[in-house]
Design a protein around this ligand. Sequence first.
Ligand code: PEP
Ligand code: MG
Length: 324
Amino acid sequence: LLASLSILRDLPCVTLDGHRISLWVNTGLQADVDKAQQRGAEGIGLYRTEVPFMMSSSFPSEKEQMAIYREQLAAFHPNPVTMRTLDVGGDKSLPYFPIKEENPFLGWRGIRVTLDHPEIFILQIRAMLKASEGLDNLKILLPMISSIGEVEHALRMINRAWYEIKEEGIEVPMPPVGVMIEVPSAVFLTRTLAKEVDFVSVGSNDLTQYLLAVDRNNARVADLYNYYHPAVLHSLYKTVKDCHAEGKPASICGEMAGDPVIAVLLMAMGFDSLSMSSTNIPKVKSMLRQITLAKAKEILDEVLKQDDPQVIKSIINLELSALG
Ligand code: PEP
Ligand code: MG
């Protein structure tokens, strides 16, 4: 098994008819980085920067953040490292920054928090930019975007941080900035958002939760939390098409990207990259290497005509098992 894993690690993720797609990893800890490299990740599609914040007993300083970010950037250099700005609130809380709300998932979370706290946001961007000096493989990703104003506001602050460190004598190229599509309103704003930024990345964990009105962590309604739901699949497809219509790349970094069966559909939709936990990389790669893009598109066409998540699941599994 180990031998076959290491052979697979060095093979590209390419379909039988030559379609290439990038497989990226989701990280939080430095330990995730080492595992990801053993498993052939081609970059980091989502670095959840809240993880080091959660492990700290107070807000990490600019210097501390810089050191942590530099490790992630250096490990994957020259490949891209997509750093998401602090995404707290909802299910993720910091012991030293409590947020008490009735409906935390509909409350103060993600970009909403950091736009209200420019000192936290700008310090984090400064740390990211400084960490990227000489490496130049940083990408910045904004979480929980639900309207264009938030993006414009965040971009102004990123610019401010960039000028601040330039004044201090550190000049780095302006990194590509992207938005997460994880709130239903953002699906419908993809074209406008994509015009403003360099890339988009779908957060299907939250998008599924918000589209279906099902708490992603509530066991009682776990059966209803289903990414085979046609509303989820149609939203993803629309997002990719709209993003590509603006000439920008689209990625997906929710858990579903690591499901090899679903990865076939995501590739057929046109996602340029899939980002997942490192354990799933070999499974997804070996699946995609055994299929043609043409066949994957046929399955997608068939699936998108269906209304029932169960039927959708059966169709894909049947089609894939027929391939052997
Ligand atoms: C998502 O919502 O799909 C996502 C990737 O982000 P997180 O799971 O950290 O909310
Ligand atoms: Mg999310």
